[in-house]
Design a protein around this ligand. Structure first.
Ligand code: ACO
Length: 370
């Protein structure tokens, strides 16, 4: 038995949800470029769960169900108020999502119908949790979601209590579409491994949030913004990046296990970053990002991934940088739950092997002789 480090190139399951073939990403066979341009996040989530785009009535049905499920139990909000000051935003989300299960009587109902209903409910509740956490830590009361509003609108509304600008809603909605699913990425794999033991959907999503938190995965978008803040100005890009590259420090938001010729999602976020910069009259973050890209791609051949330009997009939307990864989760929960449903449909325990590299024939030494 020989191990493959990081399971690179290992095909671990079949799936009909999303594919990455020759650098092209599709959801249920539809090119991500088409969806980013023409579909809303709700249509995209429907596509992931049901395997087809909704017609108008089906979309309305989903919107109604999302609206009806978006409130979170008062007990969960009370618990969030007890989280220690300075709690990491992804730790907060992981804990709150785990506790949602305690207040859902159907949490352990394993019927396909109950699991689909829970998938939609989780999708509806994650934005409410993230916005509530963001307000509670500032000593403010959470704002209830607005009935009938989209997830992008509601999230921005619940953060501030103000009607969000149309351009901000559109940008966030497109970012949610782009982050919704991505084949067997680390967090989706974590979700599938968890539910393949026939554990419940809340356990699967909680595992996934834990996996997304790390800076080699979803945590990279926040790390990109930390870097942009450290750099501070276009003039400082070159010395900063050269210093990192010379010291073999990874530049966050670059490189990808699967894409070697560029992440197809990055161009949409770059475009959005440029357009939002023009609209707000502040191109500094965009210009810094372009300069970083020139240097990293020029010197290392590494291309930006989905996380790189999303940092400047979310900052221009006035979102705190530690909410970037939770926003990723708000979107990716659609993909996680679609994969969980698919795993249940055709389940087998996921239990790979390890290549043993420890000592052999070790003697057992009794306690008194050690
Ligand atoms: N900056 C500098 N060098 C890099 C970077 C980077 N961002 N990414 C990879 N490299 C280098 C590595 O140092 C390594 O060089 P070496 O062979 O000289 O040691 C080589 O490229 C291969 O890198 P690995 O880390 O082995 O590649 P892997 O496929 O395991 O990792 C990953 C992919 C984790 C995305 C990596 O590129 C990385 O750490 N990027 C920065 C973090 C990031 O942006 N993560 C988000 C990914 S997208 C997502 O999850 C949503």
């Amino acid at each position: 038995m020989t191990a493959t480090k990081g399971l690179e190139g290992i095909v671990a399951t079949t799936s009909s949800i999303s594919s990455i073939i020759d650098g092209v990403l599709t959801y249920r066979g539809i090119n991500i470029d088409e969806l980013a341009e023409h579909a809303t996040f709700e249509e995209t989530a429907y596509l992931l769960w049901y395997g087809k785009l909704p017609n108008a009535a089906e979309l309305k049905g989903l919107m109604d169900e999302l609206s009806a499920s978006a409130a979170v139990p008062a007990e969960v909000l009370e618990q969030i108020k007890l989280y220690p000051k300075g709690t990491n935003s992804m730790a907060a989300l992981r804990t709150a999502v785990s506790s949602l299960a305690l207040y859902d009587e159907s949490a352990n109902d394993m019927s396909a119908e109950a699991n689909l209903r829970k998938a939609i409910k989780l999708q509806a509740q994650l934005p409410t949790i993230v916005a509530a956490f963001a307000r509670i830590r500032e000593g403010k009361e959470p704002i209830a979601p607005k009935a009938g509003a989209t997830i992008a609108y509601n999230f921005l509304y619940m953060l501030t209590g103000q009607e969000p600008e149309e351009v901000a809603v559109k940008a966030l909605d497109q970012a949610l579409v782009l982050h919704a699913d991505h084949e067997l990425n680390a967090s989706t794999f974590a979700a599938r491994v968890t539910v393949a033991t026939l554990s419940d959907i809340y356990s699967g999503v909680t595992s996934a949030i834990g996996a997304l938190k790390g800076p080699l995965h979803g945590g990279a978008n926040e790390a990109v913004m930390v870097m942009l803040d450290e750099i501070g100005s276009v003039d400082n890009v070159e010395p900063y990046i050269n210093d990192k590259l010379n010291n073999k420090v990874k530049i966050m938001g670059f490189g990808h296990r699967v894409y070697k010729n560029g992440d197809p999602r990055a161009k949409h976020l770059q475009h959005m970053s440029r357009e939002l910069g023009k609209l707000t009259g502040n191109m500094e973050l965009y210009n810094m990002s372009v300069k970083i890209e020139e240097l990293v791609t020029g010197q290392k051949g590494l291309k930006p991934n989905v996380d790189f330009y999303s940092a400047s997009v979310y900052t221009t939307l006035k979102i705190s940088r530690d909410l970037f990864t939770p926003i990723f989760a708000i979107s990716r929960v659609s993909g996680w739950t679609a994969h969980i449903l698919e795993q249940y449909e055709n389940n087998r325990l996921i239990r790979p092997r390890a290549e043993y590299t420890g000592p052999s024939d070790s003697p057992f030494i009794p306690l008194e002789q050690r």
